[in-house]
Design a protein around this ligand. Structure first.
Ligand code: GLA
Length: 703
């Protein structure tokens, strides 16, 4: 049994294969955290409140801390009752359990606010999710001012490091590690999407490496405003509090109404960051990604953006489609510019009708052509947005988020439709559904290019509910689209990687990782992405960013191949030799993609720490290993030799390095390691300026 209750100690223990998360009913009547870490072998040994520092003045370690009584930790719940009482007093009622789930019922009895703490265990995967539901059983509205998902606690030590992902447009998901000092550290989004600035992920480790050490981690499944507070408490533990952002948040919970928080997926490992990531990747593929496409390999994609920008026409897309089909592309995607008066970013957003000047025969003719070349057809949309210069805005100026008597700040000449409104929700659903019904579209790149500011919803009472309703409506639209068109691959993009999280992943098959396709930058962005999200959800394009002279085609391909592969270059500018090489790399990727997309990732060398990057993917049956090694120039790195020790192999088995006629044992490969021979090993700077280099090796187990 995974959920266990100790009647005498009054503690609940949520056990997965290797971990345990536990809390208990304290003498004060509060539910308090008691343990999070490796599973303890004897059930009787799980702690209750031994050593808990009781204070007559302060209160801490509540499993669901509130603004109320003497709580001194960051509250997950702040409400105001009708009589302006803002003090929440939760009493434990009872609990319900199944083999792998637990619900704890709490209540603020006087005001009849019910709080359900809900837990779901994934025993085999060593992961748990938790979320909270509120129910108003009183006769008046309850004003919810702060509604977070939950709190975690770690015992005090000096050795913790906090790992998080930070960035901006074009350099998303950069890994940062830092000590945890007294006070609070806040990560958040206040822009209505997950954001480029921070990803809703935390990890706290005790001297962990990729392969060893304790790591406690969590990911919030939310694509709007969120907030995580890391709080080093004066006395007891370190608290991590995560959920919806309380900034500009308010929800009037009507009588009889319930509201649920987003989920947080969390876990513990003593196997370092590599194990954390593999656990998350595995869970995402098996449990989070939309079922229809989760186990299918992602096809090689071509996207028109870098080649033709807004100037897409049937004529130029046909030429690109010819070239794409020739090199082995499987999905051809027409990006921005195909609709309305969209000749630049100044007009047309919102008018989702095909531009007849650019496509005189409609889109059908191009789609048929693309299909006749054996490729699927994909389309870019940005349906949450509107240019003021559009028919949609002229007809529905009231649909955009704005405050009366205040300027409307444009970003990329865009305003934002208020997706929290039901009429806007229906418009957005019908727009995309209409396109999918009408055309043979197998791929949608759904963009959201600007942040939300000035989030007014004129004439609506309790306007601040917009932040939450915007996201729940977005999910509803994507869900309805997925139900009607399950086979269509949906890509979540927000000016690059501004909407990457587990919330949208329930409906999105993949993400556009970043607008930055410079391969060296990408290695850093991809490293951060891979900490949390499965490589198959990470779309990478080969482009000419950074310059063809700087990076060889092989280097660019090797970087993009570490997830799902796309091509974004203007192929008409490629020489015959480059086209031939492109064909070879795409054919090669198709051979290894099963292992890259569905295997286990081992990050062997981090581009943050060394002058090399090395990533190894091993198939589930351990029969195939794909090893990517990149040599990145820094002073004197020309002369460095790379030796990599592989991981996760079968030590008794023998592996043949493809194309090298060399057979080595798993034991040798993991202990002695491979010396990676780069092509440019012996050229020196004076001969060749470009000394980025890369090598990909495939090893197959011999029977
Ligand atoms: C965003 C996307 C790009 C491209 C443009 C089109 O910036 O991230 O890939 O689709 O929009 O306007």
């Amino acid at each position: 049994m995974a959920v266990k209750y100790d009647e005498t100690k009054k503690i609940w223990v949520l056990e997965t294969q290797n971990t345990a998360y536990s809390f208990g009913l304290h003498a004060s009547g509060k539910i308090k955290h008691t343990y999070w870490g490796k599973k303890i072998l004897r059930f009787e040994d799980y702690p209750a409140f031994e050593g808990y520092f009781e204070s007559p003045w302060w209160d801490w370690n509540d499993e669901y801390p509130v603004r109320g009584a003497a709580n001194q930790t960051e509250p997950c719940l702040q409400v105001m009752y009708e009589d302006e009482v803002r003090d929440v007093q939760l009493t434990y009622k009872d609990f319900e359990t199944t083999k792998d789930s637990l619900t704890i019922h709490l209540e603020d009895e006087y005001y009849q606010l019910l709080v359900r703490l809900q837990y779901q265990l994934y025993e085999e995967e060593d992961l748990i999710t938790k979320y909270v539901t509120l129910e108003n059983r009183s006769h008046s509205d309850i004003s919810i001012e702060n509604f977070k998902t939950g709190s975690f606690y770690l015992p005090p030590t000096e050795d913790y490091l906090l790992t998080h992902l930070t960035g901006m447009w074009a350099h998303e998901s950069r890994v940062v590690k830092e000590p945890i000092y007294e006070g609070k550290k806040v990560f958040e989004s206040r822009v209505g999407r997950t954001s480029h600035f921070h990803n809703p992920f935390f990890a706290i480790d005790e001297k962990a490496t990729e392969d060893t050490g304790n790591v406690w981690f969590g990911l919030l499944a939310w694509s709007g405003n969120w907030k995580t507070v890391i709080h080093k408490l004066p006395y007891e533990n370190i608290q991590i509090c995560t959920g919806l952002n309380d900034w500009d948040f308010n929800h009037a919970l009507k009588q009889g109404e319930t509201i649920s928080s987003p989920r947080v997926l969390y876990g513990f490992t003593n196997g370092g960051f590599g194990d954390m990531s593999r656990k998350l990747h595995n869970h995402e593929i098996n449990r989070v990604l939309p079922k229809e496409n989760a186990q299918k390999v992602r096809k090689v994609l071509y996207n028109s953006w870098e080649a033709t920008a807004f100037n897409v026409t049937e004529a130029n897309q046909r030429i690109l489609a010819d070239q794409a089909a020739d090199i082995g592309v499987e999905i051809f995607v027409v990006d921005d510019g195909w609709f309305g008066r969209r000749f630049s970013d100044k007009a047309g957003l919102g008018d989702w009708v095909v531009n007849e000047e650019k496509f005189p025969n409609g889109l059908e003719s191009l789609i048929e052509y693309v299909n006749s070349k054996g490729m699927d057809f994909g389309l870019w949309v940005e349906p949450e947005m509107v240019n003021p210069d559009s028919d949609l805005y002229r007809n529905h100026p009231d649909w955009v988020l704005h405050f009366p008597n205040r300027p409307q700040t444009e970003s990329r000449n865009q305003l934002i439709l208020n997706l929290a409104r039901d009429d806007v929700k229906e418009f957005v659903f019908n727009t995309v559904d209409g396109l999918l019904e009408h055309y043979n579209i197998q791929f949608v790149k759904w963009d959201m290019n600007r942040p939300i500011f000035e989030a007014g919803w004129p004439f609506e009472g309790n306007q601040r509910k917009m932040w939450m309703n915007y996201v729940t409506n977005l999910y509803e639209i994507w869900k309805r689209l997925k139900v009607k068109h399950p086979q269509v691959i949906m890509e979540s993009c927000a000016g690059g990687g501004g909407r990457i999280d587990l919330g949208i992943m329930r409906y999105a098959d993949q993400f556009w990782t970043s607008d930055n396709t410079d391969p060296l930058d990408r290695q850093l962005i991809q490293e951060g992405f891979s900490l949390c999200y499965a490589p198959k959800t990470m779309m990478g394009w080969v482009t000419d960013w950074g310059g063809k002279e700087t990076y060889s085609l092989a280097y660019r391909f090797h970087t993009a191949m570490m997830g799902s592969l796309g091509i974004g270059s203007d192929l008409s500018k490629y020489t015959a030799e480059e086209i031939d090489e492109t064909k070879e790399w795409i054919a090669f990727y198709k051979k290894i993609r099963e292992t890259v997309q569905h295997g286990s990732l081992y990050r062997l060398i981090s581009p943050r720490e060394k002058t090399f990057t090395a990533n190894q993917y091993i198939s589930i049956d351990k029969n195939e290993v794909v090893l990517f090694c990149m040599k990145n120039p820094t002073p004197l790195s020309m002369f460095k030799v790379l030796r990599v020790r592989l991981k996760g192999l079968d030590e008794n088995a023998h592996y043949e390095i493809q194309g090298e006629d060399k057979v080595l044992s798993g034991s040798y490969l993991m202990n002695r390691g491979l010396d990676v021979d780069f092509v440019q090993k012996h050229t020196v700077k004076v001969e060749k300026g470009n000394h980025f280099d890369s090598q990909v090796l495939v090893l197959k187990k011999k029977n």
